[in-house]
Design a protein around this ligand. Structure first.
Ligand code: HEM
Length: 511
C-alpha cells in the first residue's frame, strides 16, 4: 500500500492523476478565494471620481476637439490623476499619473489585458490579428516572439544594421542634394525625406527590398511607391481615428452607417490587395533561390502555422509601425534643436569631440549621452503615442485605491503623465538637461513613451537607434535654423502627435 495514497489500493498512475487533480482543485479554490476576496475588497473601495456630463451623451460633447489627451490633462487638474468619464453608453477611466499608470501596466495587468476595439480598428486590424492590437493571449505571445526574434530584438537589430546605415547615407545624400539645388533661404521639408527613408527601411527589413512600383492584380492597376505608402501607412493611420458614432452606443449597432463602413472597407481591401501582390512577388523571389535577411523570409520558413491572413498582417504590421512614430520623434527633436541654437551648439560640440572627423555611427552613442537625453526629453514633451491604445477592464480591479468595475475602458494618458507637475519640474519646458543630472542614475523608462509591462513597445530599440543616429548625423553635417524664429509649433494632428504642419527649416552645411 502506498503511504502517499492513503488506505485505498489505487494504481500509481491513477494516484498521480487524483493527486494532481486534488492539487489543481486546491490551487483553483485558493485562486477563486483570492479572486473573490480581491473583488470583494475592490467592491468596498470608493468609486473613481466622475467628470460631470449630460444624460445619454455623457462627456462626448466635451471631447469634440481632436486632441483628447489635452482635454484629459486639463481635467486631471480638477478631478485628480484618475477619474471616470462616459462616452455615450461606455464608461471610461482615465489615468494621468505615472504611479497609477505603472499599476495598470504591471500589478493589475491580468485584469486589464484585453481590448474592446472600435468598429474601424476591428476592421483594420483584421479583428486583432496584430501584436499591438490583440488581447494578451497565445497568439500575441507567438507573434511578439516572432517579431522580436527576426526583426526588432537586439540580435535581429544587429543583423539589420546594414539597413539602418543605408538609411542614414540616403538621408544625408538627400539633404545635401537639397542644399545644392535650392536657394539660400529655401526651407527643407524634413518629414518628406525622413518618412520616405523610414518606409524604405521598413520595406527592406520586412520584404528584403524597397519597392518602386508594383502591379496589383486584385485592383488591376500598377501602383507607384507613393501610392503604396498611402495605402499601407497613411490611410490606415487616418482610418484608425475615424469615429463611428455607433461605437459609443452599442445598442444602436443595427442602424446603418454606410458611408463610414464603405470608407474603412475600401482601406482594408486596398491594403490587402497591395500586401498580397508584395507577398506574391517575394514568394517568387524566394522560389527562384534568392534568399535575403528579411522578416518575410523568416516567417515563411519558421512560422508555417500562421494562416495566410495572419502572415499578411504580420508582415504589414512593422511597415506601419516603422514609418510613423520614429519620424514624429525625430521631427520634433530637430524642431526643438532649431528653436534652441545653444542646445544645438552644445550637441554639435559633443559630437565633434567624440567623433572628430568620423561620421557619427551607432557605436558612438554610448559616449554621447546628450543625444540620448534629447531623444528622451522629446519623447516626454511630445509623446508620440499620447494615449495608450485603449485597454478593457475584463474583471473587477483596483487602480489608485479606487474600485474599477469590469466592463470599463481604460485610457492611460501618457501625455498627462509626462506633464505631471509633482514628477517633472517645469513640465512645459523642453529641457534635455533634466536627463543629464550628474551622479544620478537616469531612469529613461520614466517617460513611459513606450508603454510598460508585458505590452511594452517591441520597436523601442530600433526607434532609439534610428532617431539618435539620425539626429546626430543631421546636426553633425548641417546647422538647422527656423526662418521665422518666433514660429511656435504646438499643434498636432493624427493618431500620433505629428506636427500639424511639417517642420520647415533652413539648413547650412557645416563644412
Ligand atoms: C518613438 C517611437 C515609438 C514609440 C513612442 C512607440 C510607442 C509604443 C506604445 C506606447 C505602445 C503600446 C504599448 C501598450 O499597448 O501598452 C507600443 C507598442 C508596440 N510597438 Fe511601438 N513605439 C515606437 C516605435 C515602434 C517601432 C519602430 C516599431 C516596429 C517597427 C514598434 C512596434 C510596436 C509593437 C509591435 C507594439 C506592440 C507590443 C505589444 O502589444 O506587446 N514601435 N509602441
Amino acid at each position: 500500500m502506498d503511504a502517499l495514497t492513503g488506505m485505498l489500493p489505487i494504481p500509481p498512475a491513477t494516484a498521480l492523476a487524483i493527486g494532481g487533480t486534488a492539487i489543481a482543485l486546491a490551487v483553483a479554490i485558493s485562486f477563486w478565494f483570492l479572486r473573490s476576496y480581491t473583488s470583494g475588497e475592490s467592491n468596498r473601495l470608493p468609486r473613481v471620481p466622475e467628470v460631470p456630463g449630460v444624460p445619454v451623451l455623457g462627456n462626448l460633447l466635451q471631447l469634440k476637439e481632436k486632441k483628447p489627451y489635452m482635454t484629459f490633462t486639463r481635467w486631471a487638474e480638477t478631478y485628480g490623476p484618475i477619474y471616470s468619464i462616459r462616452t455615450g453608453a461606455t464608461s471610461m477611466v482615465v489615468v494621468s499619473s505615472n504611479e497609477i499608470a505603472k499599476e495598470a501596466f504591471v500589478t493589475r495587468f491580468e485584469s486589464i489585458s484585453t481590448r474592446n476595439l472600435s468598429k474601424a480598428l476591428k476592421i483594420l486590424t483584421d479583428d486583432k490579428t496584430m501584436v499591438a492590437m490583440s488581447d494578451y493571449n497565445d497568439y500575441h505571445k507567438t507573434v511578439k516572439r516572432h517579431i522580436l526574434t527576426a526583426m526588432l530584438g537586439p540580435n535581429a537589430q544587429k543583423k539589420h544594421r546594414i539597413q539602418r546605415d543605408i538609411m542614414m547615407e540616403n538621408l544625408s545624400n538627400r539633404l545635401h542634394a537639397f542644399v545644392k539645388t535650392s536657394t539660400e533661404q529655401e526651407e527643407v521639408d524634413l518629414r518628406e525625406i525622413f518618412q520616405s527613408e523610414l518606409f524604405g527601411l521598413a520595406m527592406r527589413q520586412t520584404m528584403g527590398k524597397d519597392v518602386e512600383s508594383i502591379y496589383v492584380e486584385d485592383l488591376k492597376i500598377t501602383m507607384k511607391r507613393d501610392e503604396i505608402f498611402q495605402v499601407l501607412v497613411v490611410d490606415p493611420m487616418m482610418g484608425a481615428i475615424d469615429v463611428d458614432w455607433r461605437d459609443f452606443f452599442p445598442y444602436l449597432k443595427w442602424v446603418p452607417n454606410k458611408k463610414f463602413e464603405n470608407t474603412i472597407q475600401q482601406m482594408y481591401i486596398r491594403r490587402e490587395a497591395v500586401m498580397k501582390a508584395l507577398i506574391k512577388q517575394h514568394k517568387e523571389r524566394i522560389a527562384s533561390g534568392e534568399k535575403l535577411n528579411s522578416y518575410i523570409d523568416y516567417l515563411l520558413s519558421e512560422a508555417q502555422s500562421l494562416t495566410d491572413r495572419q502572415l499578411l498582417m504580420s508582415v504589414w504590421e512593422p511597415i506601419i509601425e516603422s514609418s510613423d512614430t520614429t519620424m514624429v520623434t525625430t521631427e520634433w527633436a530637430i524642431y526643438e534643436l532649431a528653436k534652441n541654437p545653444h542646445i544645438q551648439d552644445r550637441l554639435y560640440r559633443d559630437i565633434q569631440s567624440v567623433c572628430g572627423s568620423d561620421i557619427i555611427k551607432e557605436e558612438h552613442l554610448s559616449q554621447l549621452p546628450f543625444i540620448t537625453a534629447i531623444f528622451h526629453e522629446t519623447l516626454r514633451r511630445h509623446s508620440p503615442v499620447p494615449i495608450i491604445p485603449l485597454r478593457y477592464v475584463h474583471e473587477d480591479t483596483v487602480l489608485g485605491g479606487y474600485h474599477v468595475p469590469a466592463g470599463t475602458e481604460l485610457a492611460i494618458n501618457i501625455y498627462g503623465c509626462n506633464m505631471e507637475k509633482s514628477v517633472w519640474e517645469n513640465p512645459e519646458e523642453w529641457n534635455p538637461e533634466r536627463f543629464m543630472k550628474e551622479n544620478e542614475t537616469i531612469d529613461f523608462q520614466k517617460t513611459m513613451a513606450f508603454g510598460g509591462g508585458k505590452r511594452v513597445c517591441a520597436g523601442s530599440l530600433q526607434a532609439m537607434l534610428i532617431s539618435c543616429v539620425g539626429i546626430g548625423r543631421m546636426v553633425q553635417e548641417f546647422k538647422w535654423e527656423l526662418k521665422n524664429k518666433a514660429q511656435e509649433e504646438v499643434n498636432t494632428i493624427g493618431l500620433t502627435t505629428q506636427m500639424l504642419r511639417p517642420l520647415r527649416a533652413i539648413i547650412k552645411p557645416r563644412n
